[in-house]
Design a protein around this ligand. Structure first.
Ligand SMILES: Cc1cc2nc3c(=O)[nH]c(=O)nc-3n(C[C@H](O)[C@H](O)[C@H](O)COP(=O)(O)OP(=O)(O)OC[C@H]3O[C@@H](n4cnc5c(N)ncnc54)[C@H](O)[C@@H]3O)c2cc1C
Length: 391
C-alpha cells in the first residue's frame, strides 16, 4: 500500500530520532524508517556516555549551537522524564599551544564562557586522579559533563511517536528518489514504497552509500570504547570528583575519559579521540584485541595512573568523518526537498537535539536561524562532481 507523509526520515539513530521528534512536534505527518531496532548498538550512538562541553576547541562557530543544545537537552529530560545529562565539569588538557587547550580557550574567550585556566600542580591537587606533567595545563569548565546516548535516542523516539510519528524499525530504505520539480520523494524499503513531500536523511556510517551523490568524501572509522576497573576502586573516580576530560599529548594524540557513572561495578570508560581504522558497517571488527587494550593502558599509565587496573570490556563504534572534520547539515545541493545531516566526524552527539531542530527548520522552511555555514557541503564537494550512483 502506498502512503503519503509530509516528511520522511531515513535513519533513526541520534540525529534522525531528534529530527523525527522536532518534525512531529510541529504537527507534521512524519514517517521514520530505521535499519535496526530502537536505540541499537550497530552504529554510532551506543556505549552509555558522550562528552558534552561548550568551550569548543574544534571551532568557535559551534558554541551558539551548543548553548541551544543545552537548553534542548534540559527540555528533553523534562518532557521524557529520563535522566540524560550529568554535569561533572570538563577539563581540556595539554600543552598551552595544543589544539585542545588553545582552541578551547579561543572559544571560551570569543563567547565569554565561564572557565578557569589551571596549572598542572593545581590540577593534581583538585583532581588527584589526573596527573599532568608540569608543562601541561588545563581549561576547566563547570558546564561540561556527559549525556547518555541510548536513553537520548529512546527519549526522542518515544516523544516522536507520542506526537504522532509513524516509526518503522527493521525496515532499511533500499533507495530514495527525489521526484522532478523539487517537490516530493519516494522511499523504497523491502516492505513497501512510501511517498513524502520532503525527506531528511540521517544515515550515520551508511552515508557513503545513501548520500553518494552529495559528492562529499566520508571516511568511516572503527573506534573502540574501553572500560577499566581502576586500581583502588571506583570511589576516587566518582562523578563529583573526577571530571570528563580530553587530553592531548605532544604528538597531537587525544585521549578522553569519563567518571565512574555506573557505580562500583560499571568501571571507568576511556577512549582515543580519532586514531581509528577505516572500515564499513559490514567490515567493522567488533572484537576487542589485547594489543589495542595494551596501547591505551600504556598511554594512560602516567596520566591517569590508577585507571588501567583491570580491563572489563570494550565496544566498537563508528565515526563518519569528513576531510575537515566539520558536520554536513544542509539542503541537498541538487534536491531542495531533501535535507541531509551526516558526517558528524566523531563529535556530533552533544549536538543531537539542536541538529533535530535545524533539520526540522530546513525540511519545513528551507532555511534556519541557526548558524550552519560551516556545515555546507557545496564548498567541500570533490572537484569532479560524481555521476548519479545507484543507492
Ligand atoms: C566511540 C565513539 C565515541 C564518541 N564520543 C562522542 C562524545 O564523547 N561526544 C560527542 O558529542 N560525540 C561523540 N561521538 C560521536 C557521536 O556519537 C556521533 O556523531 C553521533 O552518534 C552520530 O549520530 P548519527 O545519527 O549520524 O548516526 P547513528 O546514530 O549511527 O544513526 C544512523 C542511523 O541510520 C540508520 N540507517 C542507515 N542506513 C539506513 C537505511 N538505508 N535505512 C534505514 N536506516 C538506516 C542506522 O541503522 C542508524 O540507526 C562518538 C562516537 C563514537 C563512535
Amino acid at each position: 500500500m502506498d502512503r503519503s507523509y509530509d516528511v520522511a526520515v531515513i535513519g533513526l539513530g541520534a540525529m534522525g530520532s531528534a529530527a523525527a521528534y522536532h518534525l512531529a512536534a510541529r504537527g507534521l505527518r512524519v514517517l521514520g524508517v530505521e535499519r535496526f531496532g530502537p536505540a541499537h548498538d550497530r552504529g554510532a550512538s551506543h556505549g552509555g556516555s558522550r562528552i558534552i562541553r561548550q568551550a569548543y576547541f574544534e571551532h568557535p562557530d559551534y558554541v551558539p549551537l551548543l548553548l541551544r543544545a543545552y537548553e534542548l537537552w534540559e527540555a528533553l529530560e523534562h518532557d521524557s522524564g529520563s535522566e540524560l545529562m550529568t554535569l561533572t565539569g570538563a577539563l581540556m588538557l595539554g600543552r598551552p599551544d595544543s589544539r585542545t587547550v588553545s582552541g578551547s580557550r579561543a572559544s571560551a574567550q570569543r563567547w565569554s564562557l565561564p572557565h578557569e585556566m589551571l596549572e598542572a600542580a593545581e590540577i593534581r591537587r583538585r583532581f588527584p586522579t589526573l596527573q599532568p606533567r608540569d608543562d601541561h595545563i588545563g581549561l576547566y569548565e563547570a558546564r561540561g559533563g556527559f549525556v547518555r546516548p541510548e536513553a537520548a535516542v529512546d527519549a526522542h523516539l518515544r516523544l516522536a511517536e507520542r506526537a504522532g510519528a509513524d516509526l518503522r524499525f527493521f525496515e532499511p530504505a533500499a533507495a530514495w528518489t527525489a521526484l522532478p520539480g523539487g517537490e516530493g520523494v519516494r522511499i523504497t524499503t523491502a516492505a513497501q514504497t512510501y511517498t513524502a513531500d520532503r525527506l531528511v536523511v540521517c544515515p550515520g556510517a551508511w552515508a557513503p552509500r545513501l548520500l553518494a551523490d552529495l559528492g562529499v568524501e566520508f571516511t568511516v572509522e572503527r573506534q573502540v570504547q574501553y572500560w577499566f576497573a581502576p586500581r583502588g576502586g571506583t570511589e576516587p573516580f566518582a562523578p563529583q570528583r573526577h571530571p570528563v576530560y580530553v587530553w592531548e599529548d605532544p604528538a597531537g594524540v587525544q585521549v578522553y575519559g569519563f567518571p565512574a557513572y555506573e557505580g562500583p561495578q560499571g568501571g571507568v570508560k576511556t577512549a582515543f579521540f580519532r586514531r581509528g581504522t577505516p572500515c564499513t558497517p559490514e567490515t567493522l571488527d567488533r572484537r576487542i584485541h589485547p594489543e589495542e587494550i595494551a596501547v591505551i593502558a600504556e598511554h594512560l599509565s602516567d596520566r591517569v595512573p590508577d585507571l588501567p587496573g583491570r580491563f572489563l570490556r570494550g565496544a566498537a563504534c563508528m565515526y563518519t568523518t569528513t576531510a575537515d572534520e566539520h558536520f554536513v547539515i544542509s539542503a541537498h545541493p541538487e534536491h531542495p526537498q531533501v535535507t541531509v545531516a551526516c558526517g558528524f566526524s566523531g563529535h556530533g552527539f552533544k549536538f543531537t537535539p539542536v541538529v533535530g531542530e535545524i533539520a526540522a527548520d530546513l525540511a519545513t522552511a528551507g532555511t534556519t536561524a541557526h548558524p550552519i555555514d560551516l556545515f555546507d557541503p557545496r564548498p567541500r564537494r570533490a572537484a569532479e562532481p560524481r555521476q548519479e550512483v545507484p543507492r
